[in-house]
Design a binder for this molecule. Structure first.
Ligand SMILES: Cc1cc2nc3c(=O)[nH]c(=O)nc-3n(C[C@H](O)[C@H](O)[C@H](O)COP(=O)(O)OP(=O)(O)OC[C@H]3O[C@@H](n4cnc5c(N)ncnc54)[C@H](O)[C@@H]3O)c2cc1C
Length: 450
């Protein structure tokens, strides 16, 4: 592996003040951490535990407002009536490093020059090294009428939010026929497969329960393709065609009128911004997303508002003592927990190298994965890199719908997440992939690099 050059040295005041002020005591003494992690979701919780192991828990601070940690990938199965919502939740306090300092509050400002993060209470927390792991913000309010529709219309639901995912399964069960619409917004989102996975689960249930003939199933997507990787897109297009679902590309949801059950879509191909109105009897909305406002308004981001990291090392392009992980960065890969897992090991190796004043050696290849559930008992397990080359773990064609991959998603992955990833012991399936492919990356990746 190619070794990476170190960027600029740490801002001097960060190290100086650490040795003078290190304290996890009361706020008045100014808290000061060797490693400060902002956001304790999939990526943040995992790296906090890793670094508690490396530098000592008492030197790790975590800023995270939520009492509960959600395993969001399970919400597809919650919405589809396969899993219970409570299976996707655990107490944050049980997951964070034992001796670490958890500040149960929000970060409201970043000052990378002073090496401080300000909390909602106005406390300035100092750090030597910062890991930004805030994930994405859901911008439901960017769609006119949608917040009211969630409150008043039982047929409007969304698997992307803890409260609204609870509406999905009842709405599927109560659907009697008409237009069932599933949307995909015109921003980058987490798990780009989730907007269509719930469509397949709903279609499967309606078909098995005698409702399918009355259902007009429509996927209105802002994108121009069903999935970004051709191999899996080909498989998904066959599923859609064989089961009679309709896809309209370049359609972006801009308004919901719950009183008349109408959804208004902008035609993104129309130079005049033409709109189309669809009546709905069921509406599953995937909201537009961005990094949280505090990140977007900080000096840490690129022009699009994502934490500006080197895509291979995950180190910030300007501030060498800052790293980013997960959905909030501009690493150009599909935003998933699987990607965050693969990034954990890279970040761990590279940040430790920076701490030891050595060159960074680990390089992220963009590994990400999307278990595309196409029915109860069927799943296409997409795994690929930055360039869309399949990086499949198993020595079988994962582009086919398989029962085994469904059980991987439903039964095995939650176990890996709760018991291996979050405590810092899972860096993705790279090692297993190499074992199963006799030390190689799999035939498709090899063909692409030949
Ligand atoms: C319906 C659905 C299905 C999905 N399916 C899959 C799947 O099948 N496979 C897969 O790999 N991934 C899937 N994902 C995506 C996956 O959940 C995310 O990509 C993953 O959680 C990203 O991890 P993260 O650490 O970047 O962000 P998150 O896990 O979202 O964590 C971000 C954390 O930052 C905290 N935070 C936010 N703002 C602040 C602030 N100002 N101060 C302090 N803390 C803050 C939040 O409270 C949160 O705890 C799915 C997601 C959804 C919603």
């Amino acid at each position: 592996m190619k070794s990476m050059k170190l960027l600029a040295v740490l801002p001097g005041n960060c190290i100086q003040s650490l040795s003078k002020n290190f304290s996890t005591g009361p706020a008045s003494l100014q808290r000061n951490f060797k490693v400060l992690v902002v956001g304790a979701g999939a990526g943040g919780c995992s790296v906090a535990n890793k670094f508690a192991h490396h530098v000592g828990g008492e030197k790790v601070g975590i800023i995270e407002p939520n009492d509960e940690h959600y395993y969001q990938p399970m919400w597809t199965l919650v919405g589809g009536g396969v899993k219970k919502l409570q299976d996707s939740v655990q107490k944050m306090s049980k997951l964070l490093p034992e001796k670490g300092t958890w500040m149960k509050t929000k970060a409201v400002a970043f000052d990378p020059e002073k090496c401080t993060v300000t909390t909602a209470e106005g406390e300035e927390v100092k750090y030597e090294y910062l890991i930004v792991a805030t994930g994405l913000q859901l911008n439901y309010n960017k769609i006119k009428g949608l917040p009211e529709a969630f409150d008043t219309d039982p047929t409007v639901c969304s698997n992307y939010n803890y409260n609204y995912v609870q509406k999905t399964w009842p709405a599927i069960q109560n659907f009697k026929g008409g237009n069932a619409i599933f949307t995909f917004p015109n921003t980058p989102i987490k798990c780009a497969g989730a907007p269509q996975k719930i469509m397949y689960l709903a279609e499967d249930w309606w078909r098995k329960n005698g409702m399918r003939d009355n259902a007009n199933i429509i996927f209105n997507s802002s994108l121009g393709v069903i999935f970004g990787v051709k191999k899996y897109a080909n498989s998904l297009n066959k599923v859609i065609e064989s089961r009679g679902m309709k896809v309209n590309y370049k359609r972006n949801l801009i308004e919901v009128r719950p009183e008349t059950r109408e959804a208004i879509f902008q035609n993104l191909d129309s130079p005049t911004g033409e709109t189309e109105t669809f009546k709905y009897e069921f509406l599953h909305v995937t909201p537009p997303m961005s990094t949280p406002d505090v990140v977007r308004d900080s000096p840490l981001v690129d022009a699009n508002g994502y934490v500006d990291v080197d895509k291979n090392t995950l180190q910030h392009k300007k501030y060498s003592n800052i790293f980013g992980i997960g959905d909030c960065t501009n690493a150009p890969t599909s935003k998933t927990a699987a990607a965050a897992a693969a990034q954990c090991g890279i970040l761990e190796t590279n940040l430790r190298a920076v701490m030891a004043d050595k060159p960074m050696t680990a390089q992220y290849d963009g590994y990400t994965s999307c278990p595309l559930i196409t029915a109860r008992g069927k799943c296409i397990l997409a795994e690929f890199d930055f360039d869309g080359n399949p990086l499949e773990t198993f020595p079988i064609n994962q582009g086919k719908e398989r029962m085994t991959m469904y059980h991987m998603k439903k039964d095995v992955m939650p176990h890996i997440y709760w018991h291996m990833m979050l405590n810092g012991h899972w860096n993705g399936p790279g090692v297993y992939r190499k074992l199963m492919h006799f030390g190689m990356d799999g035939p498709e990746k090899q063909a692409a690099s030949a």
